[in-house]
Design a protein around this ligand. Structure first.
Ligand SMILES: [Zn+2]
Length: 371
């Protein structure tokens, strides 16, 4: 039994507008169950708009809400059915905090979507609050509700969420990166599915976009080029790959210059001859280092081995460059595993590829989207 004072405190803690707590109970292994009801004694008829307080029947059911600490919270709601005084038809009252036929409150859905955007559906479902089916329902509801036109959009982020593991089922998430606000969720990730959504914003909005950041695994670049003439793709995997190659090439030039300097400064002709031999090793090594390793011809392969043997720094960078490429080229890599592998690469590459690592870091900052 909950006291009157107790229910008042509980109502304040619950903090849902227009709702009061009637009673609280705790079920071992389940959580806290709060019996709640609307403060309003009447409701507007859906059919004719007349206010009515003539109770037709009670309709009780349970929905999930935000947890209290470690404890799951369930709300036992009474969605009352009234009978209209004027037109005589029965109607259910409208409750603002929960959508019809949903097993969770709106604010729980908002919180869950936020965590899905920063991790993935399965990790969130594993926490046990909601099931993967419920999360998918939340996302599809959100995609319908959020379909308004963005205003003042300059930096667009296109990300994606895997729905069902291993089944290639995805939805795309469009985010305003300047405000970290979710713009919309598209039920699919193909260009054909995303294009109409972008088009619905109109050319005025699209032409305003200056930067687009794209998820690592997808090829939305042509779509961006087609629809957003003034936008630059600032981060996609191709962009980072180019940067990785540039940094490797810069290091090659730097090492070569150092050897040339050593030759110039050599005091004996014997020392100079030694350095010239090292220079021979790095000369003409550009394509051996930059080309995909499996595409090297025999001569380039020999060159690669030579330069790697003499220049340990370049050997490490070459290995990291190939590794980076493999992460994206491996078709079996799913989004999560890819992200983990990028994380590992990131750690190892820090000192060798500072610019590329910075790009990746900036990119993933966008993962903490706030709704
Ligand atoms: Zn009516």
């Amino acid at each position: 039994m909950t006291t009157k004072k107790g229910t008042k405190v509980l109502t304040e803690i619950l903090n849902i507008q227009g709702i009061k707590v009637i009673q609280m109970s705790q079920q071992p292994g389940i959580g806290i169950i709060l019996q709640v009801e609307s403060i309003e004694r009447e409701s507007h008829c859906h059919h004719c708009g007349t206010k009515s307080n003539r109770l037709h029947q009670n309709h009780r059911y349970v929905v999930k809400d935000l947890s209290w600490g470690e404890k799951p919270v369930f709300l036992e709601i009474n969605r009352r059915q009234f009978k209209c005084k004027k037109c005589g038809k029965p109607f259910s009252e409208k409750l603002d905090f929960v959508n019809n036929r949903r097993t969770y409150t709106k604010r729980l859905a908002d919180t869950i979507i936020k965590s899905v955007l920063s991790s993935d559906i399965h990790s969130v479902a594993k926490q046990g609050v909601v099931t993967t089916e419920e999360i998918e329902r939340m996302l599809s509801d959100a995609s319908r509700e959020l379909s308004s036109k963005p205003s003042g959009l300059k930096k667009l982020g296109i990300d994606e969420i895997a729905l069902i593991k291993g089944q290639g089922n995805y939805c795309a998430v469009l985010i305003d990166l300047s405000t970290s606000k979710l713009i919309t969720i598209v039920a699919g990730r193909t260009q054909a599915e995303i294009e109409p959504v972008l088009n619905s914003w109109g050319s005025e909005v699209l032409e305003q976009i200056e930067e687009v950041s794209i998820d690592l695994w997808t090829g939305y670049k042509t779509l961006v080029q087609k629809l957003m003439p003034n936008a630059q793709v600032v981060a996609d995997r191709f962009h980072v790959m180019v940067q990785v190659n540039q940094e490797l090439d810069t290091q090659r030039k730097r090492e070569k210059r150092q050897v040339i300097d050593l030759i110039k400064k050599s005091k004996s002709s014997k020392k100079a001859a030694e350095y010239k031999e090292i220079l021979e090793g790095i000369n003409d090594s550009k394509y051996s280092l930059l080309k995909n390793e499996e595409n090297l011809n025999e001569k380039q392969n020999i060159k690669l081995m030579e330069v790697k043997k003499m220049f340990p720094n370049l050997a490490k960078m070459h290995k990291l460059k190939e590794k980076f490429r493999q992460i994206f080229e491996n078709k079996k890599t799913n989004w999560l595993r890819g992200l983990l592998r990028i994380g590992i690469w990131h750690q190892r590459a820090k000192q060798y590829f500072p610019d590329s690592v910075k790009t990746i870091t900036n990119w993933h900052k966008g993962d903490n989207f706030l709704l």
